[in-house]
Ligand binder design. Structure first.
Ligand SMILES: [Zn+2]
Length: 132
């Protein structure tokens, strides 16, 4: 199962630009507190762990595991042809650091399955999706 191209481009703001454009260089970038090292996703202006304000995007490994998933069989958007898999992927950088994403290039999905990032182009954005 693989989502079709033609996704709706996300709104890119100053705060989310690093996340949406990291794919241009093959990097999954997530914001990280420079004071205590805590990763923050979605991006926040203040660290929820130490209240630090020096938050900057950093490249992650792009590796994680499937934390939860569901198979969508309904044509909600028209941009993606069902069925496709919507998943929460937990990045290896930190417990609880999860992205809502699509899984591609897999016939079977299991909880805990190792996955790596890849990117799909949508307008100016590079949408991170994951596969085995
Ligand atoms: Zn912090």
């Amino acid at each position: 199962m693989s989502p079709m191209t033609g996704r709706t481009p996300p709104a890119i703001t100053e705060r989310t630009a690093a996340f949406w454009t990291g794919g241009a260089t093959g990097e999954l970038r997530v914001t990280r507190c420079q004071t205590c090292g805590w990763w923050l996703h979605p991006p926040l202006p203040v660290c929820r762990r130490c209240r630090g304000r020096d938050i900057r995007p950093e490249a992650t490994s792009g590796r994680g595991t499937v934390w939860s998933y569901t198979v969508n069989r309904y044509p909600w958007s028209g941009a993606m042809e069902p069925p496709y898999v919507i998943a929460q992927v937990e990045l290896e950088e930190q417990p609880g650091l999860r992205l809502l994403t699509s899984l591609v290039d897999c016939d079977q999905v299991t909880i805990g399955m190792p996955v790596t990032v890849r990117f799909e182009r949508a307008g100016e954005a590079w949408i991170p999706v994951f596969g085995p």
